[in-house]
Design a protein around this ligand. Sequence first.
Ligand code: ZN
Ligand code: ZN
Ligand code: FE
Length: 760
Amino acid sequence: MIKAKKCLIRGTVQGVGFRPWVYRLALQYHLKGFVRNTSHGATIEIEGEDRDLQDFVRLIRSEPPAHCHFTKCHFTNIACQGFDQFLILPSLDENQHDALILPDIASCPDCIKETFDRNDRRYLYPFTNCTHCGPRYSIIKSLPYDRCNTSMDKFKMCKACQKEYDDPLDRRFHAQPNACPLCGPQITLWDDQGNAIASSRESLPATVDIIKRGGIVAIKGLGGFCLMADALNEDAVGLLRMRKARPHKPLALMMPSLEMTDQYCQLEPIEAELLSSSQAPIVLLRKAPLSQTPKIARQAAPDNPYLGCMLPSMPLLHILLRMLNRPVVATSGNLSEEPICIDNAQALKRLKGIADFFLVHDRPIVRHVDDSIVQAVCNKTSILRRARGYAPLPFDIGKDCDGILATGAHQKNTVALGLGSSVIMSQHIGTLDNEVSCQAFEGTISSLKSIYDAPTTKVACDSHPDYASNRYAHAFKKNVLEVQHHHAHVASCMAEHGLSQEVLGVCWDGTGYGPDGTIWGGEFLVTNGRKFSRIAHLKLFALPGGELAVREPKRTALGLLFGLCKGNWQDFKDLPSVKAFNPKELLIIQQMITQKINSPLTSSMGRLFDGIASLTGLCHHISYEGQAAMALEYQVIDKFKLDPYYYEIIPEDYKLKIQSIDWSGIVRGIIDDIRAGENVGLISTRFHLTLVGMIVDIAYQANKPDVVLTGGCFQNKWLVENAVKRLKEEGFKPHWHSQVPTNDGGISLGQMFVAAKRRK
Ligand code: ZN
Ligand code: ZN
Ligand code: FE
């Protein structure tokens, strides 16, 4: 019997070969009707034999093509229309724009094969792509996702490309960025004045030659520029560091292949999977104990047991890396915390003095999308920077958040937009302390709002009055909701895992605005997302010099010691942190703390890490965020059994039931170990074990089954893995971040969750 069905699909179905797949399926089951893109997603109307229809429905639901992501797929029975064939109809442009945009997708194996096939018309063509791969988010100007709404609109397809584009049975059917050497974008090699010195295919060997000779080339990739140098050449890497004014922060590497990555790093199966995934992120990998020669320059990641490695994500990079046949440094084309450059002329200006040459192309990048950074924690993905490959895929938080805009944190800023119950979280933007970042912040908000045609009815922001993201929110005047920083961290993890019951949130990070005028950061909160109560925190200590103490952990160490000796530094004159100051400086710091001059009080766990890193002599000054805490983490030895340090949990406020965790015993224990000549590895291990014990102790007191671990301190892999293990052993259900950064990059999602929870 002939029946008819209609299906409305929402989600990421555009630009992934969904319609041709439906077309082929319809032909296979002799069904008639049509499929078309709409601004919501896609619509299918179909009629045929009942049994065939049922098979069709089952396959649509169970085996959609890779990269398809349905948020809704609903079939209803309708009356037969009497279609005589199956067609792919042109897109319907409706007023609402809630079809979801796909992230950029790394080159698929078929496209790579063609790019390196001498007989293929796309041989060595840097922009080869198909419906399974290629740029998406970085080229979309508006929805629906059609070529005329992308930055490919200026390239007119040649006959051969158009034929592929029009053929439902071709891999490039409706591949919007489809192109070939005849009709598509081209590369050009510029000197540092912008003079073309090689064009098209000649640019490739010329670029390779410059890098092999120790030069630095700025290369325009998928979502922005990167700076490339030979990773085996110590001088080249040193030069890049000097020019970028980046003395210590690890530089990312790009490897020609998984095989070569395996020679330089210890690869776990999940890490190999992440490297070769269609997101092609930077994966933090343990350096191999005896890596192959030639060795990677020491300065690529000095004093760091990890290397951040990625594989090429587009044909241009595949070609260059295959020609180079060696690891290269491929770091963001930017100045410190600014967003990466996306425009040729702007790159020439901003990267002047850093890059010797510029390999540019004429496919405009609509928005900057950095390389994502991930690590494997508890054998699962943990995204530390969510950008290329992941953004702007939505999170469904199961609550109405339509019309809410969340402006995120100050550092590692991301913003989020609510559409129905879906949250579109932006790509990583950066720290909002410079003009370029603030422009990118505002640009990202306005472009997301215009693409999705989403008017803002409510704004959620951090409660820190000095943050640019807070000021931006308050410009809306009404319907502004301030969300406390650590509450947002916990809510972010709850949103990711669909938790709405009361949980214990263990939120440890560097800095967050506390409503009581102190700097929070070592917090235990009980929350259902809507409201929170602070049940415990680290005992307060002073940060002499405020912001300066963040850059100089030796100051934080004195803040801790002050808690023990009240400024009588003589007691501790043998310690490295005290020795790092002269007597006059010590006196000034004592006065600053005593008289409360520029010495804010904090309960920050990040700062406790800093102070201890300095006490042990590991690090008195930092040049990038998290440097001291990481130095301490890297000292942990897993081999032998040790006792934790002693600490006390002291009731602070009986009425409010707040407890203060006194770390004095920890610091005393560490000083005893230093004086006993114990090594830093032992001290760091005992410190880490103490923290795991602290989490379990407070978990018992809070007596909530679900324990959420969140905040920048949980980028520490050892800490997460061991806290999770212990909590499970004690019968708790631990939750930690996976798809959303545990650092401030996840704050916008948390703000959104709190705002949605408060709605009714
Ligand atoms: Zn492809
Ligand atoms: Zn062509
Ligand atoms: Fe934070």
